[in-house]
Design a protein around this ligand. Structure first.
Ligand code: 13P
Length: 262
């Protein structure tokens, strides 16, 4: 074993030992009516630690007090960078502030793909969100084609650099990154532990180079109660962003419990 490897192993052990409890975040996407959300929270019960939900707007507004009572942190899946105006179908920061949200989701691959969300718009959103006192969870991820043709590293670093370009060192302290390989979302097959380990290490190194600091880094893409322990045990994984498995209270609860043991 050469010196480089030993240093790496020690660093990873220190990182693993010193990190905070894992963050468990659920993205409900376009699922969960108010009634379904209420039933979900009843079954979930109270939680401790960093547990976050991103419900659709109607459910978010209706169930914000109930989520607070349960100890669940919450926020919207998207938001606009302007405070108001002629933007049909959009939601602004002042509207979100009324609901006492703590974290805003930005840049999910489904929004980038289906609603043409650009890096330019995202750089405005992240700056607006952070400067309004919120934490912002920025999603990044490569397509299957980019993974296969070796352009995934460039793509991920570019997304981070462009989407956070207007933030100062101090402001970056309010940003979390969710790495979600597009090809692992909703497929039932997560990235392998090797891929997750390699990618998260690369991203943490890139953060140090780009921003001079590391940001919390979550993994998302077919996380469930069966693979959460192994994924959560990878160095540089600070939590999960969960889609499908966050819709089932028993599964989501199980992942929360697992995250305490990792
Ligand atoms: P799945 O957990 O269903 O793969 O979704 C991941 C996701 O997109 C969370 O934002």
């Amino acid at each position: 074993m050469n010196r480089m490897n030993l240093d790496q192993i020690i660093h990873e052990a220190v990182v693993k030992h010193m990190r905070r409890p894992l963050i468990v975040a659920g993205n409900w996407k376009m699922n969960m009516t108010v009634r379904e959300g209420r039933e979900f929270l009843e079954k979930l019960g109270s939680v401790e630690g960093s547990v976050l939900l991103f419900p659709p707007y109607t459910t978010l507004a209706a169930l914000a007090p109930e989520m607070r009572r349960k100890g669940v942190l919450y926020g919207p899946q998207n938001f606009h960078y302007e405070d108001g105006g002629a933007y049909t179908g959009e939601i602004s920061i002042p509207m979100i502030r009324e609901l006492e949200c703590s974290c805003l989701l930005a840049g999910h691959s489904e929004r980038r793909t289906y609603y043409n969300e650009t890096d330019e718009a995202l750089s405005r959103k992240t700056a607006r969100g952070v400067r309004s006192g919120f934490q912002v969870m920025l999603c990044i991820g490569e397509s299957l084609e980019e993974r296969k043709n070796g352009r995934w590293q460039k793509k991920l670093i570019e997304q981070m650099a462009l989407d956070l370009k207007d933030l100062s060192f101090r402001e970056l302290g309010s940003v979390l990154i969710a790495y979600e390989p597009v090809w692992a979302i909703g497929t039932g097959v997560s990235a392998s532990l090797e891929e997750i380990g390699e990618t998260h290490r690369l991203l943490k190194l890139a953060m140090r180079e780009l921003f001079g600091r590391e940001l919390p880094l979550l993994y998302g893409g077919s996380v469930n109660e069966k693979n959460a322990f192994d994924i959560g045990s990878c160095p540089y994984v600070d939590g999960f962003l969960i889609g499908g498995a966050s819709l089932k209270p028993e599964k989501f609860r199980e992942i929360i419990e697992i995250s305490k043991r990792v």
